[in-house]
Design a protein around this ligand. Sequence first.
Ligand SMILES: *[C@@H]1O[C@H](CO)[C@@H](O)[C@H](O)[C@H]1NC(C)=O
Ligand SMILES: *[C@@H]1O[C@H](CO)[C@@H](O)[C@H](O)[C@H]1NC(C)=O
Ligand SMILES: *[C@@H]1O[C@H](CO)[C@@H](O)[C@H](O)[C@H]1NC(C)=O
Ligand SMILES: *[C@@H]1O[C@H](CO)[C@@H](O)[C@H](O)[C@H]1NC(C)=O
Ligand SMILES: *[C@@H]1O[C@H](CO)[C@@H](O)[C@H](O)[C@H]1NC(C)=O
Ligand SMILES: *[C@@H]1O[C@H](CO)[C@@H](O)[C@H](O)[C@H]1NC(C)=O
Ligand SMILES: *[C@@H]1O[C@H](CO)[C@@H](O)[C@H](O)[C@H]1NC(C)=O
Ligand SMILES: *[C@@H]1O[C@H](CO)[C@@H](O)[C@H](O)[C@H]1NC(C)=O
Ligand SMILES: *[C@@H]1O[C@H](CO)[C@@H](O)[C@H](O)[C@H]1NC(C)=O
Ligand SMILES: *[C@@H]1O[C@H](CO)[C@@H](O)[C@H](O)[C@H]1NC(C)=O
Ligand SMILES: *[C@@H]1O[C@H](CO)[C@@H](O)[C@H](O)[C@H]1NC(C)=O
Ligand SMILES: *[C@@H]1O[C@H](CO)[C@@H](O)[C@H](O)[C@H]1NC(C)=O
Length: 519
Amino acid sequence: MTTILNFCLFLIPLCFLNLSTNIFVVSSGYCPTHQESSLLHLKNSLLFNPTKSKKLVHWNQSYDYCRWNGIKCSEGRVIALDLSGESISGRIDASSSLFDLQSVQNLNLAYNDLKGQIPESFVSLTNLTTLQLSNCNLSGVFPTKIFQIPNLQVLDISDNQDLHGSLPNFPHHGSLQILNISHTSFSGELPYSIHNLRKLSTLDLSNCRFNGTIPSSISELTHLVHLDLSDNYFTGLLPSFNKSMSLSYLSLFQNDLRGEITSHFEGLENVTTIDLASNSLNGTIPLSLFTIPSLQKLMLSSNRFEGLLDEFPNASSSTLEMLDVSGNNLQGPIPVSIFHLRRLRFLQLAFNKFNGTIHLDLVGRMENLAVLDLSHNNLLVDANLRENHELSFFPKLSILRLVSCKLREFPSFLRNRSALRELDLSDNHIHGAIPSWIWSFNGTIPKCLITRMSSTLRALNLGGNNFRGQISDTFSTSCALRILDLNENFLGGTIPESLANCQKLQVLNLGNNQLFDRL
Ligand SMILES: *[C@@H]1O[C@H](CO)[C@@H](O)[C@H](O)[C@H]1NC(C)=O
Ligand SMILES: *[C@@H]1O[C@H](CO)[C@@H](O)[C@H](O)[C@H]1NC(C)=O
Ligand SMILES: *[C@@H]1O[C@H](CO)[C@@H](O)[C@H](O)[C@H]1NC(C)=O
Ligand SMILES: *[C@@H]1O[C@H](CO)[C@@H](O)[C@H](O)[C@H]1NC(C)=O
Ligand SMILES: *[C@@H]1O[C@H](CO)[C@@H](O)[C@H](O)[C@H]1NC(C)=O
Ligand SMILES: *[C@@H]1O[C@H](CO)[C@@H](O)[C@H](O)[C@H]1NC(C)=O
Ligand SMILES: *[C@@H]1O[C@H](CO)[C@@H](O)[C@H](O)[C@H]1NC(C)=O
Ligand SMILES: *[C@@H]1O[C@H](CO)[C@@H](O)[C@H](O)[C@H]1NC(C)=O
Ligand SMILES: *[C@@H]1O[C@H](CO)[C@@H](O)[C@H](O)[C@H]1NC(C)=O
Ligand SMILES: *[C@@H]1O[C@H](CO)[C@@H](O)[C@H](O)[C@H]1NC(C)=O
Ligand SMILES: *[C@@H]1O[C@H](CO)[C@@H](O)[C@H](O)[C@H]1NC(C)=O
Ligand SMILES: *[C@@H]1O[C@H](CO)[C@@H](O)[C@H](O)[C@H]1NC(C)=O
């Protein structure tokens, strides 16, 4: 204590005045003018754009440094420093006055351009509980010792694409609660000792280069709320999460995990998102996944799931909003109860081996459904409506894909779907003329609210059918189409002039028809 005091008095005489009243609380690193001069040194050592800065640029000695923007003090010591988004450019090196601020607990330097490697000196800030360095254009190797700052609770170094590093072995009773390393070049394995971080609630390692298996010890993290390991190279079996009762968000998307799902999610009550898409998981999809009471998003696409999907118990009280099981080997009929999931907005069942007949008039009651894709199965979709309530059908439908669904007629309920953005009915057996209401836009007559198709649709694919006759020359003047594919039909006549209204068109395929082209 004496040395610090002397150092302080010697360098900055003013210190004496302040200390005279506070002499008994003086401890290592504390001296108001020392804190102030460290901050001013820091300001002077940093390159920042004064026109963009909202904090640093205003720091000056005409008022108490504890009231400078971005600073929080406790008894004259700087305990929080927030210089995020200050357009700072240039490195922070080991001798920076930043490291004189020994009392700092919360340090936020995110959203700056700190180019290059960050020094190990952060370790000297032993009271740090929060360190935020996301989006700092860091590169080089991240010093492993920073993970071991004794009371560190929050470490966010995300969004530094060129930052390399690996995770250390975590000591017993680690204090980390939130660890975000996403969008970096971190690699190597997730250490078995991860379970020593008993308080861990958020772990985001997404979009990195981690490999190896996910250690089974991760199942011991009972406080986990948010786990994102997506977009890595993890292999091996799916660990169990049935002890992480607070789990709310889980994504293991885009790895190479194997094996079957059994009781991995048994008993979870707060989980809203489970994303296991793009892995190599196999076996049947257990019904227990669908009965998780809080689940909103279930993404299981592009795996090797097989077998039948059972009917869901209690479908009408389900909270499910998004369901994607596309790109698997699921067979048999689509369980009718799927169409009773009232909150469902997104239903993607394409690229499986579902068979049987789907009557759209049983499906059309899904009042929140915006995206429906039944393409590339062995289904027969019957668009012939037995009930006459078209208006109440799919009121929110925005994307409809019924490719290879053995459709025989054009789904007439589409007529009144003004929210429709994308329609793909290619490779079906639809006969007859394309109904003219597909193209025309007649906004002047109230009773024809119906035909807004070409002004709202962005993609229309009717290729590979048996459409005949002319393409109606009534493309809307506000035509929004980007993609128009009528390839492989029996369309005749000329290319309509009003097609010129579709100025955003990027893909136009009218090939393999009997059109007389005069362009
Ligand atoms: C010091 O900061 C105050 C508050 O932002 C400002 O009003 C004043 O002009 C500044 N003084 C100098 C010399 O920059
Ligand atoms: C660090 O925190 C401890 C416990 O709160 C406190 O006693 C100590 O004075 C702090 N160190 C500094 C340099 O502020
Ligand atoms: C990151 O640093 C590189 C090299 O110094 C620089 O060219 C680039 O503009 C920086 N990027 C951002 C987003 O600041
Ligand atoms: C982690 O950081 C990324 C990028 O900064 C951010 O988008 C993401 O939301 C963060 N993860 C969590 C769980 O907060
Ligand atoms: C993980 O990747 C590193 C190279 O980045 C490699 O040396 C190591 O063998 C890999 N480990 C596993 C388990 O695949
Ligand atoms: C589940 O969520 C509720 C409401 O957010 C919360 O009160 C409860 O503690 C959570 N349960 C667990 C096991 O975390
Ligand atoms: C939790 O999952 C593990 C592994 O899948 C399993 O052995 C265990 O029985 C499950 N526990 C419960 C309560 O379902
Ligand atoms: C699932 O894959 C594993 C190998 O990853 C294999 O041992 C197991 O038999 C497969 N299960 C099924 C039902 O095919
Ligand atoms: C279905 O709902 C009833 C009543 O809400 C409930 O008692 C039953 O446990 C639920 N069944 C399943 C499988 O969730
Ligand atoms: C559907 O597929 C299952 C098994 O894949 C088969 O047993 C059944 O006969 C098929 N049903 C129809 C209507 O083709
Ligand atoms: C479509 O909507 C219009 C106007 O609301 C209505 O008159 C017409 O009967 C509807 N068409 C069908 C086929 O339901
Ligand atoms: C709009 O449609 C009505 C009835 O279909 C028709 O009589 C009228 O001429 C059309 N108006 C325009 C501007 O196309």
